[in-house]
Ligand binder design. Sequence first.
Ligand code: CTP
Length: 402
Amino acid sequence: LAGEVGDELNQKVYIVGGFVRDLLLKTDNWDLDFVTEGDGIELARQLNHKIGGKLTIHEKFGTAVIKLPQFISIDIVTARREYYEYPAALPKVERSNIWSDLFRRDFTINCMAIALNQDNFGEMIDYFGGMKDLQDKQIRVLYNLSFIEDPTRIFRAIRFAARFNFTIEKSTCQYIEQAISANMLEKLSNDRIREEIIHIIREQDVLDKSLQMLNSFKIFKSLDPSLTINSMVIRKVKNVRFSLEGFRQLSSKPFNQTIVMLMQLISEVDTDKISEVLKKLIANETLVNSITQSMVKRRSVYEILSQEEVDRYTIYTALKPHSDEALIFFYNDSENPYVRHYIAFYKLKLSSIHIKITGKDLQEMGIKPGPIYKMIMDSVLKAKVLGTIYDRNGELEFAKQK
Ligand code: CTP
């Protein structure tokens, strides 16, 4: 259909990139990228007129996206050439043809296109040897400066190599090493690094491969010298998904899996460096602070909970200050059966306990406001957690006795 619209507008249309790669790999991919040698926005309008999706136009970039049900997404761009004013900059763009559009891309396996116009429908366009690299199972850049111009491609190379179980071709490896030695990663904003790391850790099935590759290129070290990722950390990061599955049985609230994985990823960082490292990986400052608090306290939590008998109130006070994500992290990280048991017990039986009486109630009982209020409230809470009182009446009675 896109080809037909192209014919009507007298412009060449191609489907390119990940879709073509995944088609050859016989993998589903519903992110369709169309490139046209002509007006991309007009093509998108006409195409959407026929298929009735939700069209969003980005005039400034000459691009458009059509969203269809079932997460099908169609990106339409005008063929363009990109050039970089300086290394690691965002690229400048100008209109061009399919060759230049493919040449601006990252790896040969992502640089293939299939023609969609009637006169050459289905013709495979493979200027850079993508098919051969797919057969040889390798990730190869098109030119030596690729990683210097766009250092995020270092992460992408690793992500694709891990995902498809490919190797990174020898010269491409050298270009990665050169870019890292030239400190190109430092030129990337925290936002861009964060996005790439998150893309990588979301591909959980192949995490051991991707993390090992990141390690062997010393990428974690260049991101932050205190970021140690050893085989134990890799194993634990991989286990996060199982710990999460366990937690889903205990609570219907959704958890932020990425946060748990990031916590585990930085678990060997020295306590005084945690906050600094986290800031590179998480944008929200309040979240960084709360995660730092939990990570700093984790050893003392493990110590309290790693005993055969711990009373309910001790469990409650040890775990109450922490978010669900931190609890899952403790569960996964400690690997201690007692700690795990008490965390699950807390989540199931204790986490929702809170007191109902208020300062107003105490005032009505004739107690003068002061530090005594906190003492009474704390002991009411303790009695409730320990199970000696149950309801509001019990709370009031208990407070009176105090
Ligand atoms: N691309 C690039 N350099 C980048 C990011 C993207 O050259 N830093 C190019 C790639 O050639 C890619 C295309 O832009 O094919 C679209 O990017 P993206 O959607 O991220 O790639 P996919 O290959 O579709 O990746 P995924 O399968 O993970 O969605």
